[in-house]
Design a protein around this ligand. Structure first.
Ligand code: FES
Ligand code: FES
Length: 145
Protein backbone atom coordinates (compact mmCIF):
# COMPACT_ATOMS: atom_id res chain seq x y z
CA UNK A 1 0.00 0.00 0.00
CA UNK A 2 1.24 3.49 -0.84
CA UNK A 3 0.18 6.81 0.61
CA UNK A 4 0.31 9.63 -1.89
CA UNK A 5 -0.01 13.32 -1.12
CA UNK A 6 -1.94 14.91 -3.94
CA UNK A 7 -3.35 18.43 -4.20
CA UNK A 8 -3.39 18.83 -0.42
CA UNK A 9 -5.07 15.48 0.27
CA UNK A 10 -3.81 12.01 1.13
CA UNK A 11 -4.71 8.99 -0.97
CA UNK A 12 -4.06 5.30 -0.38
CA UNK A 13 -3.36 3.22 -3.46
CA UNK A 14 -2.06 -0.27 -4.09
CA UNK A 15 -0.50 -0.15 -7.54
CA UNK A 16 1.47 -3.00 -9.08
CA UNK A 17 5.23 -2.56 -9.33
CA UNK A 18 6.06 -0.74 -12.54
CA UNK A 19 2.89 1.35 -12.64
CA UNK A 20 3.41 4.97 -13.60
CA UNK A 21 2.18 7.96 -11.66
CA UNK A 22 0.03 8.94 -14.65
CA UNK A 23 -1.67 5.53 -14.60
CA UNK A 24 -2.34 5.83 -10.88
CA UNK A 25 -3.70 9.36 -11.16
CA UNK A 26 -5.96 8.63 -14.08
CA UNK A 27 -6.89 4.99 -13.60
CA UNK A 28 -6.96 4.54 -9.82
CA UNK A 29 -7.85 8.02 -8.59
CA UNK A 30 -9.95 9.43 -11.44
CA UNK A 31 -7.75 12.50 -11.77
CA UNK A 32 -8.08 12.52 -15.53
CA UNK A 33 -7.02 16.14 -16.01
CA UNK A 34 -3.49 14.79 -16.43
CA UNK A 35 -3.23 13.68 -20.06
CA UNK A 36 -1.04 11.04 -21.65
CA UNK A 37 -0.06 11.57 -25.27
CA UNK A 38 3.33 10.09 -26.18
CA UNK A 39 3.69 8.05 -23.00
CA UNK A 40 7.46 8.18 -23.46
CA UNK A 41 8.60 11.41 -21.87
CA UNK A 42 8.76 13.49 -25.06
CA UNK A 43 5.76 15.82 -25.09
CA UNK A 44 4.94 17.19 -21.63
CA UNK A 45 1.19 16.44 -21.80
CA UNK A 46 1.40 14.42 -18.57
CA UNK A 47 3.26 17.05 -16.54
CA UNK A 48 2.53 17.26 -12.83
CA UNK A 49 4.53 18.94 -10.08
CA UNK A 50 6.47 17.00 -7.45
CA UNK A 51 7.19 19.39 -4.59
CA UNK A 52 6.65 22.22 -7.04
CA UNK A 53 9.02 20.89 -9.70
CA UNK A 54 7.56 19.80 -13.07
CA UNK A 55 7.77 16.06 -13.64
CA UNK A 56 6.61 13.80 -16.44
CA UNK A 57 4.10 11.46 -14.82
CA UNK A 58 4.11 9.01 -17.76
CA UNK A 59 7.71 8.05 -17.00
CA UNK A 60 7.62 8.49 -13.22
CA UNK A 61 7.04 5.19 -11.44
CA UNK A 62 4.47 5.72 -8.72
CA UNK A 63 6.60 3.85 -6.20
CA UNK A 64 9.32 6.51 -6.54
CA UNK A 65 7.10 9.45 -5.56
CA UNK A 66 7.47 8.90 -1.83
CA UNK A 67 6.71 11.84 0.44
CA UNK A 68 6.69 14.43 -2.32
CA UNK A 69 3.54 16.49 -2.79
CA UNK A 70 1.95 15.83 -6.17
CA UNK A 71 0.16 18.76 -7.79
CA UNK A 72 -2.02 18.05 -10.79
CA UNK A 73 -4.11 20.38 -12.92
CA UNK A 74 -7.06 19.66 -10.60
CA UNK A 75 -5.05 21.27 -7.80
CA UNK A 76 -4.48 24.40 -9.88
CA UNK A 77 -8.10 25.08 -10.82
CA UNK A 78 -8.03 28.47 -9.04
CA UNK A 79 -4.61 29.51 -10.34
CA UNK A 80 -4.64 32.83 -12.26
CA UNK A 81 -2.98 31.06 -15.18
CA UNK A 82 -6.25 29.26 -15.93
CA UNK A 83 -7.98 32.58 -16.60
CA UNK A 84 -4.92 33.83 -18.45
CA UNK A 85 -5.11 30.87 -20.85
CA UNK A 86 -8.82 31.52 -21.43
CA UNK A 87 -8.27 35.27 -21.97
CA UNK A 88 -5.47 34.66 -24.45
CA UNK A 89 -7.42 31.86 -26.18
CA UNK A 90 -4.27 29.80 -25.69
CA UNK A 91 -5.61 26.48 -26.87
CA UNK A 92 -7.30 24.70 -29.73
CA UNK A 93 -7.98 21.04 -28.93
CA UNK A 94 -6.87 21.60 -25.33
CA UNK A 95 -5.10 18.28 -24.98
CA UNK A 96 -1.75 19.81 -24.09
CA UNK A 97 -3.28 22.53 -21.91
CA UNK A 98 -3.20 20.82 -18.48
CA UNK A 99 0.49 20.06 -18.89
CA UNK A 100 1.15 23.58 -20.18
CA UNK A 101 -0.54 25.14 -17.15
CA UNK A 102 1.15 22.82 -14.65
CA UNK A 103 4.57 23.66 -16.11
CA UNK A 104 3.78 27.36 -16.33
CA UNK A 105 2.56 27.44 -12.72
CA UNK A 106 5.92 26.13 -11.54
CA UNK A 107 7.66 28.67 -13.76
CA UNK A 108 5.78 31.75 -12.53
CA UNK A 109 6.18 30.58 -8.93
CA UNK A 110 9.95 30.44 -9.39
CA UNK A 111 10.21 33.49 -11.66
CA UNK A 112 7.27 35.89 -11.45
CA UNK A 113 9.00 38.39 -13.79
CA UNK A 114 9.40 36.71 -17.14
CA UNK A 115 10.54 37.61 -20.62
CA UNK A 116 9.19 36.03 -23.79
CA UNK A 117 12.55 34.38 -24.38
CA UNK A 118 12.59 32.90 -20.90
CA UNK A 119 9.04 31.56 -21.31
CA UNK A 120 9.95 29.95 -24.62
CA UNK A 121 13.03 28.32 -23.14
CA UNK A 122 11.34 27.13 -19.94
CA UNK A 123 8.28 25.78 -21.75
CA UNK A 124 10.22 23.99 -24.50
CA UNK A 125 9.33 20.57 -23.04
CA UNK A 126 5.60 21.12 -23.49
CA UNK A 127 4.65 20.44 -27.09
CA UNK A 128 1.43 21.69 -28.70
CA UNK A 129 0.34 19.87 -31.83
CA UNK A 130 -2.11 22.66 -32.58
CA UNK A 131 0.69 25.20 -32.67
CA UNK A 132 -0.86 27.52 -30.10
CA UNK A 133 2.60 28.61 -28.95
CA UNK A 134 2.24 32.39 -29.48
CA UNK A 135 -0.96 32.47 -27.41
CA UNK A 136 0.44 30.17 -24.75
CA UNK A 137 3.38 32.56 -24.45
CA UNK A 138 1.00 35.53 -24.28
CA UNK A 139 -1.04 33.81 -21.54
CA UNK A 140 2.00 33.11 -19.40
CA UNK A 141 3.40 36.62 -19.84
CA UNK A 142 0.04 38.11 -18.78
CA UNK A 143 -0.72 35.65 -15.97
CA UNK A 144 -1.22 38.37 -13.34
CA UNK A 145 -3.36 40.77 -15.40
S1 FES B 1 2.72 11.78 -22.23
FE1 FES B 1 4.32 12.06 -20.83
S2 FES B 1 5.79 13.19 -21.92
FE2 FES B 1 4.27 12.71 -23.40
S1 FES C 1 -4.06 22.95 -28.01
FE1 FES C 1 -4.09 21.09 -29.13
S2 FES C 1 -2.19 20.19 -28.66
FE2 FES C 1 -2.07 22.13 -27.75
Amino acid sequence: MLELKINGGTYEVDPPVGQTLAETLRGDLGLTGTKVACGEGHCGACTVQLDGVPALSCITLVHTVGEREVTTIEGLRDHPLVDAFVRADALQCGFCTPGQIVSAAALVEAEPELTAERVRHAMAGNLCRCGAYPRIEEAILSWRD
